[in-house]
Design a protein around this ligand. Sequence first.
Ligand code: ADP
Ligand code: 5GP
Length: 194
Amino acid sequence: MVEETYSEDMGHGTLVIISGPSGAGKGTLVDRLVARVPELWVSISAATRAPRPGEVDGENYFFLSPEEFSRRIEAGDFLEWAEVHGNRYGTLRSAVEAKMAEGRDVILEIDPQGAMQVKALMPEAVLVFIVAPSMTELERRIRGRGAETDEQVSVRLATAVRELELVGNYDFVVENDDVARATDELVRIIKSLD
Ligand code: ADP
Ligand code: 5GP
């Protein structure tokens, strides 16, 4: 929902977007990837949802009130933002630009709406889609995480069906069947970008 064309010099770092349905394992794989390739920098998004138990402001997300999030939109602070499952999430532009200007490769873990926005602004960004082996397994993972009500699980599964239709816009698709195998594949993709 950020519409202007992106024209500033973004330095030499590569922007890598890890996206895909909720519960596919994006967070799990990004943690493993960064442990293997520590020079990557992972953007911390802003979000209007409440922190889950154990989540820390400024570590998992910058947790903002809806009013503050709207103010940051007006100020042009977001590279992209989207409403996902009733809450708003966005990538803060300044930190991403600073890291890329330093030559760091930057990871955004964002939903497919946001991924499409970034690709439109920055066609050189690399898009990676993470999928679970099946919808049954996706549901099992979402339920296993234990953070959502039955109704929220249904919303996430319906959203996943729509998100899968966007898979053709991605540069790479990684099936997260086994965490170690999928992490190896992600590491190979990142190393192939150098
Ligand atoms: P996302 O960030 O895409 O929403 P998570 O990383 O939170 O997904 O993973 C969702 C759940 O599935 C978590 O409980 C996680 O431990 C589990 N999980 C992730 N990858 C696998 C896998 N390959 N096999 C089985 N369970 C997995
Ligand atoms: P969760 O509430 O489970 O942490 O995240 C819900 C969804 O929001 C996930 O699909 C996640 O990828 C997405 N998300 C997290 N941060 C951002 C962001 O900055 N921008 C966009 N567009 N989506 C995000």
